[in-house]
Ligand binder design. Structure first.
Ligand code: ARG
Length: 404
């Protein structure tokens, strides 16, 4: 044992108490804290750094915003990634957070890890899986789970061990955020019948406070990923940050769900996902224009399988690569513009165009000249042949029976 342990560190209460615990209860001599910036508020990152300094850890903040948006959020967008009706955000951030922690561990020569997950949630699966996938011999500690700790115990422990927790004490809600979405849980929100108070929302305006004028927006896609807003080219994270503001101001992306966690627990969850809600809608609209009927039907199944893997954090599974081979092939044609209208919490598609559009105005129009309607007659006659045969057989057999 090198005496070094890498702590996947957010700066919150759970991960902060892990710092003294790693030394006192687990016998490590050096704690390396790793905070990964996936678009959470700068204040959270600053606070994590400050606390790390006070508690004398070797601290690393890794800015992963661009990589996260490009390789994780946009991969999810191509797969129309969602879980039980919301765009996944927490789940797709865990693989990159754990991956960055492993990279730091390799740099500092550590093979031991710690994280602050409880034994009830999904993150324990996601984080430990990625660490083990990248470093099979890693030793992983999860003190909150292993010692069955409660919040009250943690606060007491923190106070005894000089862990700064003033901010944690004031926190009613448990929040996890990144560029793809913000999740709010805990407190009275745990009661499925308790209406979410306005104060939990930070990214989205209420319908009452949202802009009174309808806002038009054009999103341009190239090979399944957004590249411009209203004609202005933007890199991945910049685009998502800008769109979070635009859509949030229009009250878009508030979602309240009962979620089935991996362990089977049902938990009430609230989400704010302004940019991802708009992008998923726009992406679906352009896919509907360029993909064939069979591609669209089959891709739904592929997308669902992809989403299940992503929800469980199985990011490095070969099955995911297999699914992505199909997804990425289809995305080669997902290029073009989608026009949307944003208003008081609703996002509506108002137009779409693509050089790959499988659409011919002449064929679809009522004034068609090249489509000879008479050609359809024979095909219509044969349509539903087997069902019609069945119905007449049924009738025949029934009359035979009654006449006997
Ligand atoms: N249940 C969601 C998931 O597993 C989000 C959890 C986020 N955590 C939080 N403390 N808000 O992806």
């Amino acid at each position: 044992m090198s005496g070094k342990v890498v702590l996947v560190y957010s700066g919150g209460l759970d991960t902060s108490i892990c710092i003294p615990m790693m030394k006192e209860e687990y016998g490590y001599t050096e704690v390396i804290t790793v905070t990964v910036d996936v678009g959470q508020p700068q204040a959270d990152i600053d606070q994590a750094e400050e606390k790390a300094k006070i508690m004398k850890t070797t601290h690393f903040t890794v800015d992963a915003k661009e990589e996260f948006t490009r390789d994780f959020c946009f991969a999810s967008l191509k797969a129309n990634g969602e879980y039980q009706g919301y765009p996944m955000s927490t789940s797709i951030a865990r693989p990159i957070i754990a991956k960055k922690a492993v990279e730091i561990a390799k740099k500092v020569g550590a093979t031991a890890f710690a994280h602050g997950c409880t034994g009830k949630g999904n993150d324990q699966y996601r984080i430990e899986y990625t660490i083990r996938a990248m470093m099979p011999d890693a030793v992983i500690h999860a003190p909150i789970r292993e010692k069955n700790l409660t919040r009250t115990w943690e606060i007491e422990y923190a106070q005894k061990h000089g862990v700064p927790i003033q901010q944690s004490l004031n926190k009613i809600w448990s929040i996890d955020e990144n560029l793809w979405g913000r999740s709010i849980e805990g407190g009275r929100l745990e009661e499925p019948n308790f209406a979410p108070p306005e104060e939990i929302f930070m990214w989205t305006k209420s319908q009452e406070n949202a802009s009174n004028t309808r806002q038009a927006l054009t999103v341009s896609f190239e090979k399944g990923v957004p590249v411009a807003l209203n004609g202005e080219k933007m890199g991945p994270s910049k685009l998502v940050i800008a769109l979070n503001k635009i859509a949030g101001d229009n009250g878009i992306g508030r979602i309240d769900v009962m979620e089935d966690r991996m362990l089977g627990l049902k938990v009430r969850e609230n989400y704010e996902c302004p940019a991802s809600t708009v992008l998923l809608k726009a992406h679906g609209a352009i896919e509907a224009l360029v993909l064939t009927r069979d591609e669209l039907r089959f891709k739904k199944t592929i997308d669902q399988e992809w989403s299940k893997l992503a929800y469980e954090g199985l990011w490095w599974d070969p099955f995911k690569d297999d699914l992505e081979a199909f997804i990425n092939k289809t995305q080669e044609r997902v290029t073009g513009d989608v026009r949307l209208s944003l208003y008081k919490g609703a996002v509506t598609v108002t137009g779409r165009e693509s050089k790959w559009a499988l659409y011919s105005e002449d064929l679809a129009s009522f004034d068609t000249t090249t489509f000879d309607q008479r050609e359809s007659t024979g095909s219509v006659k044969m349509f539903g042949l087997q069902a019609r045969m069945f119905l007449s057989l049924q009738e025949k057999l029934a009359t035979e029976k009654t006449s006997k």
